[in-house]
Design a protein around this ligand. Structure first.
Ligand code: PEP
Ligand code: MN
Length: 340
């Protein structure tokens, strides 16, 4: 439930309320907006809620107590009406600037990642991506370079100053990946791996949660709730397309998910035009559509030699094409009151 405080509530009233709730064993999330202060209460058992609501409503400085009826609470907009801005090494995700994350599908070697990192930085990207632990549909496919790949990402960050995002697939690797990554990526195949979600929920690093390829928006937000529920509120949602009957594209990009999620949650949402289409020729138009629909950012695969890429070459942009796209995106961003 959420407690909306009266305008007259003082700091000491707020402290008293928070202490009272914590002493009773509830999780408390304070959200001080410009107009209203909202206190989110987590962990109240359904049978306790009516009594708790009655007790809290009797306080002078409480305007009203509202139950959150949705299956996700902490990540809902009711819980935290202002948009969440996630800060990663000086980059704000969820603010006015549309953030572009770019890099290869997989780290293939030091030379490759350094070359792409420099190229995407020069083109205006804010964050570098690169997989070291790769989910592969085939057990015979490239599985990534593991910790060596993480070290190469670290070196690329050192050289360019770009923060890095990389995927973690196994609860046993969370500590290792968190040692190197600025943002932990949960891939589409693991969106409903609840043990993994809980594990990254306990880490003090932002998490990028991709939408499950067959997941509804409500299931996706509940997956985010698993992370937030552990105390990690720094979650970036990533729409990466869902499976439909269409076979020409790798997935079907759900553009409506962007404004829908923004109406339901305070978390930033970005789009992945690479995995959602599987085709480099569609990356530019889908990137533009995502920004026009209000996305807070994009994640785009870039490879210096897509024809030689170990993974996802057909959907990767060359550095030149990425640079052209970056210029075009500025115009779209400005048309919707943002910038790149
Ligand atoms: C990726 O971004 O590297 C990836 C594997 O994406 P997805 O989980 O969306 O397939
Ligand atoms: Mn990929």
């Amino acid at each position: 439930m959420i407690i909306i405080l009266a305008q007259s509530a003082t700091d000491s009233d707020i402290d008293e309320l928070v202490t009272n709730l914590k002493d009773r064993g509830y999780g408390v999330h304070l959200s001080k907006g410009i107009e209203k202060t909202i206190v989110g209460v987590i962990g109240a058992h359904d049978s306790m809620k009516p009594m708790l609501a009655e007790q809290l409503s009797s306080l002078d400085y409480v305007e009203r107590v509202v139950p959150i009826l949705k299956p996700y609470k902490v990540v809902s907009k009711e819980f935290h009406p202002d948009k969440t801005i996630i800060k990663v090494r000086g980059v704000d995700i969820g603010g006015q600037k549309v953030i572009v994350i770019a890099g290869p599908c997989s780290v293939e070697g030091e030379e490759q990642i350094m070359e792409v990192a420099q190229a995407v930085k020069d083109a205006g990207a804010s964050i570098l991506r690169g997989g070291a632990f790769k989910p592969s549909t085939s057990p015979y496919g490239f599985q990534g370079l593991g910790e060596d790949g993480l070290k190469m990402m670290d070196a690329a960050r050192e050289a360019t100053g770009l923060p890095i995002v990389t995927e973690v697939m196994d609860t046993r690797d969370v500590e290792l990946v968190a040692k190197y990554a600025d943002i932990l990526q949960i891939g589409t195949r693991n969106m409903a791996n609840f043990a993994l979600l809980r594990e990254v929920g306990g880490v003090k690093k932002p998490v990028m949660l991709k939408r499950g390829m067959s997941s509804t928006i409500e299931e996706w937000l509940q997956a985010a709730e698993y992370i937030a529920n552990q105390g990690n509120y720094e979650i970036i949602l990533c729409e990466r397309g869902v499976r439909t009957f269409e076979t020409m594209t790798r997935n079907t990009f759900d553009v409506s998910a962007i404004p829908l999620v923004q109406g339901l949650s305070h978390l930033p949402i970005i789009a992945d035009p690479s995995h959602s289409t599987g085709m480099h020729a569609l990356v530019a138009p889908i990137s533009k559509a995502a920004i026009a629909a209000g996305a807070d950012g994009l994640m785009i695969e870039v490879h210096p030699h897509p024809e030689r890429a170990l993974k996802d070459g057909p959907q990767s942009l060359t550095p030149t094409n990425f640079s052209i796209l970056m210029t075009e995106l500025g115009t779209i961003a400005r048309a919707v009151g943002r910038y790149t």
